[in-house]
Design a binder for this molecule. Structure first.
Ligand SMILES: [Zn+2]
Length: 374
C-alpha cells in the first residue's frame, strides 16, 4: 500500500501511479474539493464520470459539522458521502488560520472560535491526526502553520513550528491504512524552503505536501520556490501542491515535478457563472450569450458541452435555476481533469517539455488566480 511508481519522466515532470486502499491514483492528478463532504452541486457519480479519482475534504468543516465522531459512527467519510474512491483530508490548520473568527496560536496548538456559532475549540497536532483518523481518508496531512509569505521573520517561526508539529503527527498516527504527508513551509525564502524540504523529507512520510504557496506571493515567487525545493524532495514519493489549481498553475507545477493538485477554483467559479474556455474565462450571464447556440467549449468532451448551448446555460443563470451551477461545475472540473490527462500523455510520449509553451498559450486567458467572493 502507498507505493508510488514513476512510469515515465520528461525532464522534471513525472507520470506515476500511487496505490491507496481505495484505488490507484494515476498522476499527475487534479482533485476536486468537497469541503463539506460534497463537491458542491454534483453527485458522486457525476464526479466519477468526469474522470476524477481523488476528492479532498476539509477537516475543520467536518469536525465542526457534523462532527468527526458522527462520521466515524456512520462508517467513515468514504461511506458517509458515498465516494468509495481515494479521499484526502487537510489538517484543519489552514482553515483555522483563515476562517475561525478568532484564534490564538501557541507552540502546542491553536485555540479558535467556530465561524458557525462562536464556540471555542482547540486543535493540536495530535488532535488533528485523531480527527483525520475518525474521518478515515486515504491521504491525511500533518498539522502545519501557513504564514503570510511576505512576513519573512514570521515565516521562519511558522516553519520551525510546522517541523515540530510534523514530528508529533508522525508519532501520533495509529491507523496503518492512511498515508500521512508531511508539509513543507517556509514562505518565499529560498533558505527556509530548502531547509524545510530537507527536514520534511527526513521524516520519511509516504508523500510530501507543499504548503504556503498561492497565498499572496507572485507566480514568479511560487515557481522559484518549487525550483529550489525540488532537488531535496525524494524522487520516489508523490508531491502534492496544496490549494493550487488555475490551468496555468497545473502546467507550471507538473513542469516542476509536482504530482497532485487540488483547488476550489473550478467549482467556485461555476457558482459565479464563470467557465474555463480556450477564449478565456466566459461569464455566461453576459447578454452576448443570449442567442449563442455554441457549447461552452467546442473542444470539450464533457456532458455539458456535448448537450447544452451557452444560450440555455445563460437562461438558467438568469432564471436562478440550480442546474446552472451543476452544468458549469461539470465543465470546469472536466477541463482541468482533461488537461491533466493530456499532460500525462505528453509526459509518457516524452513531448511534455516541448508542449509547455503551447499549453500555456492555450490557457493564458484563464490564468487569473483571483477568486470571486463566496
Ligand atoms: Zn465542457
Amino acid at each position: 500500500m502507498f507505493e508510488f511508481t514513476i512510469t515515465a519522466k520528461n525532464a522534471r515532470a513525472r507520470a506515476g501511479v500511487f496505490t491507496t486502499p481505495h484505488g490507484d491514483l494515476i498522476t499527475p492528478v487534479f482533485a476536486p474539493v468537497g469541503t463539506q463532504a460534497t463537491v458542491k452541486t454534483l453527485t458522486p457519480s457525476q464526479v466519477k464520470d468526469l474522470g476524477a479519482t481523488l476528492v479532498l475534504s476539509n477537516t475543520y468543516h467536518l469536525y465542526l459539522r457534523p462532527g468527526d465522531d458522527v462520521v466515524a459512527g456512520l462508517g467513515g467519510l468514504h461511506r458517509f458521502m458515498r465516494w468509495p474512491h481515494p479521499l484526502l483530508t487537510d489538517s484543519g490548520g489552514f482553515q483555522v488560520f483563515s476562517l475561525a473568527q478568532t484564534r490564538h496560536i501557541d507552540d502546542e496548538g491553536v485555540t479558535f472560535k467556530s465561524h458557525i456559532d462562536g464556540s471555542t475549540h482547540r486543535f493540536t497536532p495530535q488532535r488533528s491526526i485523531r480527527i483525520q483518523e475518525n474521518l478515515g481518508a486515504d491521504i491525511i496531512m500533518a498539522f502545519d502553520e501557513c504564514s503570510d509569505p511576505n512576513d519573512h521573520e514570521y515565516s521562519k517561526l511558522a516553519m520551525e513550528r510546522t517541523h515540530r508539529w510534523a514530528e508529533i503527527c508522525v508519532k501520533a498516527k495509529r491507523r496503518g491504512d492512511q498515508a500521512l504527508f508531511g508539509i513543507v513551509q517556509g514562505g518565499v525564502q529560498e533558505d527556509l524552503r530548502t531547509a524545510s524540504a530537507k527536514f520534511i523529507a527526513s521524516l520519511d512520510t509516504p508523500g510530501i505536501a507543499i504548503g504556503g504557496l498561492s497565498v499572496g506571493e507572485t507566480k514568479e515567487e511560487m515557481h522559484a520556490m518549487l525550483d529550489v525545493m525540488e532537488p531535496y524532495l525524494p524522487e520516489n514519493k508523490p508531491r502534492y501542491l496544496m490549494g493550487v489549481g488555475t490551468p496555468e498553475d497545473l502546467i507550471n507545477g507538473v513542469l516542476r515535478g509536482v504530482d497532485i493538485f487540488d483547488c476550489v477554483l473550478p467549482t467556485r467559479l461555476a457558482r459565479h457563472h464563470s467557465a474555463f474556455s480556450p477564449e478565456g474565462r466566459l461569464n455566461l450571464m453576459n447578454t452576448t450569450f443570449a442567442r449563442d447556440e455554441r457549447p461552452v467549449d467546442e473542444t470539450c468532451d464533457c456532458y455539458t458541452c456535448k448537450t447544452f448551448t451557452r444560450a440555455y446555460i445563460r437562461h438558467l443563470i438568469v432564471a436562478k435555476e440550480l442546474l446552472a451551477g451543476t452544468l458549469i461545475s461539470i465543465h470546469n472540473l472536466r477541463a482541468l481533469i482533461r488537461l491533466m490527462e493530456e499532460i500525462r500523455i505528453y509526459i509518457v510520449n516524452g513531448t511534455f517539455e516541448e508542449k509547455v509553451s503551447l499549453l500555456l498559450d492555450q490557457w493564458k486567458n484563464n490564468a487569473n488566480r483571483q477568486m470571486v467572493n463566496e
